[in-house]
Design a protein around this ligand. Structure first.
Ligand SMILES: [Zn+2]
Length: 447
């Protein structure tokens, strides 16, 4: 693709800018990966033209929670109908067999699926490192697929013999976790605008690491100026564990260990109560809302309406593919909209607000002020949706994409580069990757 192009004449350009402008016949001028102009009838001598007719154009979607390594363990029979803790115990022994190849191929599949669903920036939470696996196995996959990645260096340190859930073979020594976190931050974290790779610190959950690791990880993250992420208040068992082990609710636990602030976001938060929502709002602590995973594991409906009304930053997450089992982010946005309607009424979450959570909301949660909207000076992360086909037929309002619209993009640009073009991934030999995953999955089943 030419470094300068104009997306020309979109049926509707949904900018998600500060004024939430929607421009009929809208154009976007992109140069060197950055949005240079937004409007109508734009012209530039240098520019190639991308035809926007018959399309809705939106910012690239932002995914705030994933475990890309899980893509190779979808629909595992023994884990299909289990609750969270039992589900984990079924899957840990399979994950313990993973090698760097499993981690990398699994990530490539998950990232490709995200790209098709309009996602241009994803975080990933890799919390186990079996058989020589490293964070860079996922980073390598993102570089190949061409998505922006916030690779969170996850960790577990309390194994079965210490009363934890994971088998001892999947936990690490806490000193090793901190040392490797420093290593990957120094090697891969890019703090600059337009960064394709950022790194952060992410102990897995209150029930798989010690309180001292939570505290030390927060100190390390703040010393290095990187973000922090973990799972919190996912279901009733999770809250009961906190009350029994720590004598407090999850919000208090997080606050006591330094895990609140605008540099922190927590996955799920299904069970936050009114005072915890207030705490998150006051401290700017973010939430990764994962509606399909919460449904899949029967965890409940997160109080997203109350969080948004209180001012809590909320983004969307597809969560790991073992608990979704899809990585389709635009479908996730629709699910978020539907669940808030079940909980609060049909007038309490519009398709536009859900799309806002999936774009601007996610960017805010991940600490990015350079993506999440189509505005001058923003990076050119742009999704183009064909609304001339069956899914959008009969729609009076194609910009209400989450009510009637495609669940795959026509084109996806990341940093101005075409990652999906005419419905095809430009960056990977997908047939080869699918063959690799098929061989790896068969090997796991036979083991
Ligand atoms: Zn998760």
């Amino acid at each position: 693709m030419h470094p300068c192009f104009i997306i020309r004449g979109a049926d509707i350009l949904v900018t998600m800018d500060d004024a939430r402008r929607e421009i009929k016949g809208g154009d976007v001028l992109v140069r060197d990966g950055v949005i240079e102009a937004v409007g109508t009838l734009l012209y530039d001598d240098d520019a190639q033209i991308v035809d926007g007719r018959g399309c809705v154009v939106t910012p690239g979607l932002v995914n705030t929670h994933h475990h890309l390594f899980q893509t190779l363990t979808r629909a595992v029979p023994d884990a299909q109908n289990a609750l969270l803790f039992g589900w984990l115990q079924k899957l840990y022994p399979i994950w313990a067999k993973f090698t760097p190849d499993h981690i990398r191929v699994s990530a490539m599949i998950g990232l490709a699926e995200l790209a098709f669903s309009g996602c241009s920036l994803t975080s990933d939470h890799l919390y186990l490192y079996p058989n020589g696996s490293r964070l860079e196995d996922t980073i390598d996959a993102a570089n190949q697929v061409g998505l922006r990645l916030h690779a969170m260096r996850g960790a577990m340190s309390i194994g079965e013999s210490d009363g934890g859930l994971p088998p001892d073979s999947l936990v690490e020594r806490e000193a090793d976790i901190l040392n490797d976190s420093l290593r990957v931050i120094d090697a891969f974290h890019d703090p600059n605008p337009g960064a394709m790779i950022r790194v952060g610190v992410a102990p897995c959950s209150p029930f798989s690491v010690s309180q001292s690791l939570m505290r030390d990880a927060a100190i390390l993250a703040r010393d290095k100026g990187v973000m922090m992420h973990t799972h919190l208040a996912e279901n009733d068992e999770d809250v009961a564990y906190s009350l029994e082990k720590f004598g407090c609710r999850p919000g208090q636990y997080a606050q006591d260990l330094g895990w609140t602030g605008s540099d922190v976001w927590h996955a799920h938060c299904v069970k936050l109560d009114v005072s915890e929502i207030e705490l998150f709002a006051q401290t700017g602590t973010g939430v990764a809302h994962c509606p399909c995973s919460n449904c899949r594991l029967g965890s409940g409906i997160a109080p997203v309406r109350a969080m948004r009304d209180a001012g809590v930053p909320v983004g969307l997450g597809v969560d790991g593919s073992a608990s979704n089992d899809a990585s389709n982010l635009v479908s996730e946005a629709r699910q978020a909209m539907l669940l808030q309607r079940v909980m609060n009424g049909a007038d309490k979450m519009s398709p536009r607000e859900a799309l806002e959570i999936a774009t601007r909301g996610g960017a805010q949660v991940l600490g990015r002020d350079d993506v999440g909207q189509i505005a001058v000076g923003m990076r050119a992360d742009i999704a183009i949706w064909d609304v001339s086909d069956i899914e959008s037929s009969g729609s009076w309002d194609p910009a209400a994409l989450l009510l009637a619209g495609p669940t795959q993009v026509k084109h996806l640009f990341v940093e101005g580069k075409p990652v999906v073009k005419d419905g095809w991934l430009t960056t990977l030999d997908m047939a080869r990757v699918l063959q690799q995953q098929s061989n790896l999955v068969r090997g796991l089943m036979d083991a």
